[in-house]
Design a protein around this ligand. Structure first.
Ligand code: ADP
Length: 490
């Protein structure tokens, strides 16, 4: 049952958006807090009044009838009901309290009824019997609006020198509580009117307060919209509450991050355009100079065509590297993870690169401390090794060397690629992983660099949740250390 009500409430909240509004919650809550005590107060005051009025009336009547009961004994009324004094007294009481009085003798026979209906009849009710035992009773019937009470008519007798009271008869009196009910009606109506006025006032106040309380949140929404619409990209400030401050802080952080991403995107686009344009310009210059000369010697023609081919190759390399970088930027879903023999992978990579190294008179040495098998994307890891070893060869000196060292512990495998090359200054070390960053642009271009190799390498390492570090001394050499977890962590 509980679950069903909760489900209904959940569906309602989904279907009726107003039920999810904080403003509505605050409104309802404050209204309940404001109006509920008024209602409780009204009900408790009225019921208190009723109890008090009834008990006052009861004790008042009880006293009066006790006096009359004494008179009844004195006038011997139970034997002879002809006493005008007593009859007048009973009638007076009946009229005064807008009720009925019955006098019952020891045989349970009604000897006097102020309504003259039950005289001569017998009255054996529980209350009467209890009263004959000496106990006065009083009962309030709020449904029918009367109080009924029994008062014993007792006589003092002396038995063996001790005074006792003997119940000779019973007065059964009922009295209407219409006057109490009428007073209560008036009180109730007045309280209700007051409550309605209070309720209306309360609704106004609550609407005002709930609006005021939520104003900072509206301000956040407006400010965020302004940022979204591009009117401003200034950090927001809504310090009204701690909560709004936290939301705004988080939003400003997000805004800052988005700005960085946007700036880097802009940089990237402008770099890409520039890099792609350079070979194109060279091609155009070469082609134009060929076209402008009427009789180009075949040798010059061949030389220029060779240059044009090289520029096209360069353009091709940049495009390939860019495509690779974009692919790496995508999510983990692109990873083809499998158990890879890292030693074998390194050996085959180096085998491919050795001829190039030989051309530059650079020797490549591989040292494997232990056999390593890791859960990795083989193609991406091979790309990492290729880029790093290629760089170590490219930026080396004559008769230089490249040392590749593979080691592992129980969690990671580490590959260190050390070269005897030109080294990288400390300042440049901070930037070499950025896209299109090259320490010496013309040298890098000469040897076919695109400035994207290390950016691709870093992305591939991060996709494996690994790390890459560089340490270098200018003029002496460089060491790149790649650390990759043996088991792939999603
Ligand atoms: P590139 O395509 O120009 O080689 P990379 O992103 O691979 O681009 O490298 C960025 C720059 O870092 C290179 O231009 C080069 O100046 C420097 N660099 C990279 N590896 C080495 C190395 N082993 N020794 C010296 N400089 C290096």
């Amino acid at each position: 049952m509980n679950i069903r009500i909760r489900d209904i409430f959940r569906i309602l909240r989904l279907k009726v958006p107003v039920l999810r509004s904080l403003k509505v919650y605050i409104f309802v809550l404050m209204l309940i807090i404001g109006i509920l005590p008024c209602i409780i107060l009204r009900i408790s005051i009225l019921s208190n009044y009723e109890q008090r009025a009834v008990s006052l009336r009861q004790s008042d009547m009880m006293n009066q009838y006790r006096i009359i009961a004494d008179h009844l004994v004195n006038y011997n009324y139970l034997q002879d009901t002809s006493s005008d004094v007593i009859n007048a007294e009973l009638e007076q009481m009946s009229t005064l309290y807008d009720g009925r009085v019955l006098v019952i003798n020891g045989n349970f026979k009604v000897i006097k009824d102020t309504y003259s209906i039950s005289e001569g009849k017998f009255m054996i009710s529980e209350e009467v019997i209890r009263c004959f035992k000496g106990e006065s009773t009083a009962r309030y019937d709020d449904n029918n609006g009367y109080i009924e009470m029994t008062i014993p008519i007792s006589e003092q007798i002396e038995v063996d020198g001790t005074k006792l009271s003997a119940v000779r008869g019973v007065i059964l009196a009922s009295v209407s509580t219409d006057s109490i009910v009428a007073t209560m009606d008036i009180l109730n109506r007045t309280a209700l009117i007051m409550q309605i006025i209070m309720g209306i006032l309360m609704v106004g106040i609550v609407i005002f307060i709930s609006r005021m309380l939520l104003r900072p949140f509206n301000r956040i929404t407006e400010a965020v919209r302004e940022v979204k619409d591009g009117f401003t990209d200034e950090p927001l400030s809504v310090p009204d509450y701690l909560e709004t401050e936290h939301i705004v802080e988080a939003f400003n952080e997000l805004l800052g991050r988005m700005k960085v991403i946007d700036d880097s995107r802009k940089d990237f686009v402008s770099n890409v355009s520039h890099e792609l344009k350079t070979p194109m310009t060279s091609i155009k210059v070469l082609a134009d100079s060929l076209n402008q000369q009427p009789d180009v010697p075949v040798e010059l023609y061949q030389e220029f065509m060779q240059d044009i081919t090289e520029e096209i190759e360069r353009e091709n390399r940049i495009i390939n590297d860019l495509l690779q970088l974009v692919k790496m930027d995508k999510t983990q879903a692109q990873m083809k993870v499998e158990a890879v023999d890292i030693n074998a992978l390194l050996e085959s990579t180096l085998k491919r690169l050795r001829p190039i190294a030989k051309k530059q008179d650079v020797e490549i040495v591989l040292e494997c401390i232990r056999p390593v098998t890791a859960e990795v994307d083989g193609v991406k890891i091979s790309q990492i090794f290729t880029n790093l070893v290629e760089n170590a060869v490219k930026y080396n000196k004559e008769h230089g060397w490249v040392k590749v060292l593979l080691d592992a512990d129980h969690q990671f495998f580490t590959v260190e690629i050390t070269d005897s090359g030109i080294g990288i200054s400390e300042e440049d070390q901070k930037h070499i992983f950025e896209r299109f960053y090259r320490v010496d642009k013309s040298h890098s271009r000469e040897i076919g660099g695109t400035g994207l190799g290390l950016a691709i390498t870093r992305n591939a390492v991060l996709l494996h949740r690994g790390s890459i570090k560089v340490s270098s001394v200018e003029g002496e050499g460089t060491c790149f250390t790649v650390k990759i977890p043996l088991t792939y962590l999603k």
